[in-house]
Design a protein around this ligand. Structure first.
Ligand code: OSB
Ligand code: MG
Length: 355
């Protein structure tokens, strides 16, 4: 039984602006779902961003669909809801956290996690000039991150990649275009083949599986899909078409941990390596992602970095890098407490919904 659901907005200033092909973030304005029951409570984090640049969802829209449809569904007035995976994932996550906390079971154990720590990398935004980018990468490498991902866009690809590769010959390096290359611009991606990249993530638009298959056939660098992978069915199709040979798995994009695990299972059965993506989550979303990344099919380093890579102050005890890994929380549910002081200081609004 659920007594109340709080939709809580928080605003966390980023330590450094995060620039991608779709925009620049300077603060993480996140929406938290807090499910409160008689003897348990649970937390979920919605990864929708402030504006619909990464995908169609955005945080105000996610809160609206939660308020009108998803939370009333929890209270017994269920209606079918198409789309809105990020909103659904946050609600599903909060309910699951509450029930696992009540049972004393960790999310990692519930999902079938097999490791206590996860190899992690860092996603580095577009930083100009190139010298500043190389300095930023150098600092992360010094901290022990196991791989580096560079955000690219048309006009910012070969030169920054060449500069980072020239400085770090053996670094596990990959790039992410967030779909910024049209088929007309995709030719410039051929120039990246000489840098020994681990993968190129989502070079073309989300719906262009055929274009990705063509590119994958031409390049020797593996193609990884992020935005395109909207369900386990699509993951299976994309792999079958040769559109990707690596998959980025994000529970928010997929509508929750249940579908994310299905994508993981597709990857395992097709022998395709997978890794856990990130969306600049607070400690709440990060804890859940780490539990997922403990599954055996996550064989490549995750986009889950230490709290201090994102925020001066996190909502949970900070996640700290240890030998290039983050520990998988072992406590009940997502396994970490939400810090009351930080929560109150960083909250910008609370909407309380009751049955
Ligand atoms: O495409 O992987 C992405 C952040 C926001 C939106 C999309 C993406 C990202 C990242 C950051 O790359 C990964 C992280 O949380 O560290
Ligand atoms: Mg991506």
């Amino acid at each position: 039984m659920i007594e109340a659901v709080e939709l809580r907005r928080v605003s966390l200033p980023l330590v450094t602006p995060f620039r991608t092909s779709f925009g620049t973030e300077t603060t993480r304005d996140a929406l938290l779902v807090h499910v409160i029951g008689p003897d348990s409570e649970g937390w979920g984090e919605c990864v929708a961003m402030s504006s619909p640049g990464y995908s169609a969802e955005y945080v105000d829209g996610a809160q609206d669909v939660m308020r009108r449809y998803l939370v009333p569904g929890l209270f017994g007035a269920a209606q079918p809801v198409r789309g809105h995976p990020m909103a659904r994932a946050a609600v599903e996550g909060a309910v699951l956290d509450a029930s696992l906390r009540a049972r004393g079971t960790s999310l990692a154990a519930h999902l079938g996690g097999v490791r206590e720590a996860v190899d992690v990398g860092v996603s580095v935004g577009i930083v100009r000039p190139v010298e500043a980018l190389v300095d930023a990468v150098s600092a992360y490498v010094g901290q022990g991150y196991r791989r580096v991902k560079l955000k690219i866009e048309p006009g910012w690809d070969r030169v920054p990649v060449a500069a980072v590769r020239a400085r770090f010959a053996d670094l596990m390096l990959q790039v992410d275009a967030n779909g910024a290359y049209g088929r007309d611009k995709a030719g410039t991606l051929d120039a990246l083949d000489e840098f020994g990249l681990a993968l190129i993530e989502q070079p073309l638009p989300e719906d262009d599986l055929a274009g990705h298959a063509e590119l994958a056939g031409r390049l020797s660098t593996p193609i990884c899909l992020d935005e395109s992978i909207t369900s386990a069915r699509v993951a299976d199709l994309a792999i079958a078409l040769g559109a990707c040979s690596v998959v980025n798995i994000k529970p928010g994009r997929l509508g929750g941990l249940v579908e994310a695990k299905r994508v993981h299972d597709v990857c395992v059965s097709r022998g395709v390596p997978a890794w856990c993506g990130g969306m600049l989550e607070t400690g709440i979303g990060r804890a859940a992602n780490l539990a997922l990344a403990a599954l055996p099919g996550f064989t490549l380093p995750a986009d889950l970095s230490a709290s201090d890579r994102y925020f001066h102050r996190d909502l949970t005890p900070p996640f700290v890098l240890a030998d290039g890994r983050l520990a998988v929380p072992a406590g009940p549910g997502i396994g970490v407490p939400v810090l009351e002081d930080a929560l109150h200081e960083l909250t910008t609004s609370v909407e309380v919904l009751r049955p």
